[in-house]
Design a protein around this ligand. Structure first.
Ligand code: PMP
Length: 439
């Protein structure tokens, strides 16, 4: 029978009023065989309860922001306090200064920041600022990296490494797609080729320095150095999209994470601009961008590049963000996430091996991705070349076991500070049963 009858009926109702029944396409179950997504009713710590009262251990973490688990008391208290004082002023507040200082202390490449409402906005604006600063129009991005849904970054690779992009969505003019060149991640030669061909027009090279959108993928040794060197020699800016990665692996950005490949030259990989989001909002809507003062001075009211927002820097999001970073800065946070991640990785790998199921696990501290394949996953092509049907089957068995993952073979599992060793142990047992049924 249907273990989630209320989700099924709510989905039918949602379809009548909300396009596709969901407010973000990644929430639909289209990529895992279709049907009703699970309608959640409550989140507390590491757990979700759905509308039918089923409990789940949550590794979705709302696609990343919920690193402290649901309804963390320190964050909740900050949100309540903010609500009591009025959630939106349309004036500057001291809170914004405090939060900007916290971000700058954690991420030294930020001389100046600006708060916005989503990762999409943050990325979109870094591109505008880079174009304003350089007077050039094209950007280079990497296949499989997701940078939100603004026109320019919803563009896929053309037919070769040195071709212009093709729209990844209806509604994006080819003229805009032609402003984008997409090259494979971890392939400095393809980047060099693109720069050799289009370099004079390239305003910026945009990258997730550690990828979170086709699994968790580390830059190979020397890749970020090569990327930054090539961009600089070409007079292009380097933009890091750290919407997923900032504060994920340590208290700071991926670009200053000690876990980058051994020998990383940190001075050589500093970005000009950085886009932030997700974790820095503590579960409320937020985005931010920032970088070198000289470049940021392009932004209105100082400079000619316009960017604005009614909701930007609202006291509720800022208060939640401050509280979230305060909690994350407690000693031991990231060691704990790392321990939980390691335990999960080991358990899943052993269970898959025991059942003869090929599984590549990419783990970076508390975040990991599971790829049903026997090859390494270092770029988008390798992430695509994995068994989606096995993932879909695994996903559904895990859901039945009370473990909630993202309904996509490309998404990571996120451990949170709310997960316990017992939750991880249960998850591994559940995976064992799931693998056994998949054979
Ligand atoms: N950049 C990256 C790297 C992301 O993963 C995402 C969202 N998954 C975005 C940008 C867009 O952020 P938002 O959904 O807040 O607009």
């Amino acid at each position: 029978g249907d273990a989630r009858p209320r989700s099924s009926s709510l989905y039918q109702e949602a379809l009548q009023h909300i396009v596709g029944g969901v407010n973000s396409p990644s929430r639909s179950f289209k990529a895992v065989g279709g049907g009703a997504p699970v309608f959640m009713k409550r989140g507390q710590g590491a757990y979700f309860w759905d509308e039918d009262g089923n409990r789940y251990i949550d590794y979705l973490a709302a696609y990343g922001p919920v690193i402290l688990g649901h309804a963390h008391p320190h964050v909740t208290a900050a949100i309540v306090r903010a609500a009591e004082n009025g959630t939106l002023y349309g004036t500057p507040t001291e809170l914004e200064i405090r939060f900007a200082r916290m971000l700058k202390e954690a991420i030294p490449s930020l001389d100046k920041v600006r708060f916005v409402n989503s990762g999409t906005e943050a990325v979109m604006t870094t591109i505008r600022v880079a174009r304003a600063y350089t007077g050039r129009s094209k950007i280079i991005k990497f296949a499989g990296c997701y940078h939100g849904h603004s026109d320019l970054v919803l563009v896929a690779a053309g037919s070769g490494p040195s071709t212009l992009g093709i729209p990844d969505s209806a509604g994006i003019p080819v003229s805009i797609a032609h402003e984008v060149i997409t090259v494979p991640f971890n392939d400095p030669k393809a980047l060099d080729e693109a720069l050799a061909r289009w370099g004079d027009d390239v305003a910026a090279v945009m990258v997730e320095p550690i990828v979170g959108n086709f699994g968790m993928v580390m830059p190979q040794p020397g890749f970020l150095e090569a990327l930054c060197g090539a961009a600089r020699r070409n007079g292009s800016l380097v933009i890091y999209d750290e919407v997923i990665t900032a504060f994920r692996f340590h208290y700071g950005a991926a670009s200053t994470f000690a876990g980058l490949p051994a020998g990383t030259d940190y001075a050589a990989i500093e970005p000009d601009l950085t886009a932030l989001g997700k974790i820095i909002g503590g579960g409320l809507p937020i985005g931010a961008y920032g970088g070198r003062a000289e470049i940021m001075s392009q932004v209105a009211p100082l400079g000619p590049a316009y960017q604005a927002g009614t909701m930007a820097g609202n006291p509720a999001s800022i208060s939640a963000g401050i509280a979230c970073l305060e909690a994350l800065s407690e000693p031991g946070t990231y060691e704990r996430l790392d321990r939980l991640g390691a335990m999960l990785e080991e358990g899943l790998a052993a269970a898959a091996a025991q059942h003869g199921i090929p599984l590549t696990i990419n783990r970076i501290r508390g975040a990991l991705s599971t790829h049903f394949c026997s090859h390494p996953v270092t770029n988008y092509e390798e992430a695509q070349d994995t068994d989606g049907e096995s993932f879909a089957s695994f996903f559904r068995h895990m859901l039945a076991e009370g473990v909630c993952l993202a309904p996509s073979k490309y998404e990571a599992w996120f451990t949170t500070t709310a997960h316990t060793e017992a939750d991880i142990a249960y998850t591994i047992e559940a995976a064992n049963r799931a693998f056994a049924r998949m054979k």
